[in-house]
Design a binder for this molecule. Structure first.
Ligand code: GLV
Ligand code: MG
Length: 311
């Protein structure tokens, strides 16, 4: 699985942002042809995105292009122009406003044709599907199982809030008048369940108040606590917070590695199943939980600061 703690949105029509994005320490960049590009700039943006893919230095980042959604005239040309010219530089295509599995299958087939035509490995380019409407959420299980190319489900809160008529204009914050809990809990959980049932990553969308880093942290922390793998960032100021919030703490990472070593020792050397590690009882389920934290920690580049001492 690719790391996606921080996924930077970069308007495809802005050469300065396309340049700047290369130097930011994000796990993923997505070069946008959709909602951050004006209709009159769509065709020029395709050329800028292709140039940035071919000439840019994207380091070890996951590189994605977001095409326009299938209700527009632009989608097929977005895919064909970008993937034919620079498919070898691209990890995934992001499809916004997905409402049914057939839309993802369409993209899958088109990508296969282009890959065959230009001599890329068929199936090599992944898909990220944005869930950003009531229709998309209701169909999310079917969407999650629609193609082996799918790598992530991505929540699009701005479009989603518009779609359901949520009574606020502040994306990612609780709607005024709702003080009973988290207005996003059901949506986030629904997407997370569909994703995990198919071994996909789940990514939270943007927080638009870019000056409010504490607000960003709060919204990101909410998704991270449930199990989400990362969140969009719109501004350099949000990057460090995203990377931090979606990485395990050093203490949790050390503890997870300790559980794995201790469990390995007790089950193999001593032949026991449920054992004590300090004051904590650990068993096979603890090992599974530790594997998750350990994998996230390693992906985040953490190294352990403690080691297991055999009794
Ligand atoms: C992102 O695309 C959103 O609509 O929030
Ligand atoms: Mg959107």
């Amino acid at each position: 699985m690719r790391a996606r703690r921080s996924c930077l949105a970069v308007p495809g029509s802005n050469p300065r942002f396309l340049e700047k994005a290369q130097s930011l320490p994000v796990d993923e960049v997505f070069l946008d042809l959709e909602d951050s590009v004006a209709p009159s700039a769509k065709e020029g943006a395709r050329r800028s995105v292709v140039a940035a893919l071919k000439e840019g230095d994207w380091g070890g980042k996951t590189v994605v292009v977001r095409v326009n959604d299938l209700s527009t005239p632009w989608t097929y040309r977005d895919v064909i122009e970008v993937v034919e010219a620079a498919g070898d530089r691209l990890h995934c295509v992001m499809l916004p406003k997905v409402e049914e599995a057939a839309q993802v299958r369409w993209l899958d087939l088109l990508l296969s044709q282009i890959e065959r035509t230009v001599g890329l490995p068929v199936g090599g380019i992944g898909i990220e599907a944005q869930i950003e409407s009531a229709r998309g959420l209701v169909a999310v299980d079917e969407i999650a199982g629609s193609s082996p190319r799918l790598e992530t489900l991505v929540f699009g809160p701005a479009d989603f809030m518009a779609s359901i008529g949520m009574r606020t204009l502040v994306v990612g914050e609780q709607p005024p008048g709702y003080s009973e809990g988290d207005a996003y809990h059901y949506i986030l959980m629904r997407i997370l369940m569909a994703a995990r049932a198919r071994d996909l990553q789940a990514i939270d969308g943007p927080y638009l108040q870019i000056k409010d880093i504490e607000g960003f942290r709060r919204a990101a922390g909410r998704a991270a606590a449930l199990g989400f793998d990362g969140k969009w960032v719109l501004h350099p100021g949000q990057v460090a917070a995203a990377n931090e919030v979606f990485s395990p703490s050093q203490a949790d990472y050390d503890h997870a590695e300790l559980i794995l070593d201790a469990y390995e020792y007790y089950t193999t050397v001593e032949g026991r199943g449920a054992v004590m590690l300090g004051d904590e009882m650990i068993d096979e389920a603890s090992r599974k939980m530790a594997l998750v934290i350990s994998a996230k920690g390693r992906a985040a580049g953490l190294t352990r600061t403690t080691s297991f001492q055999r009794p």
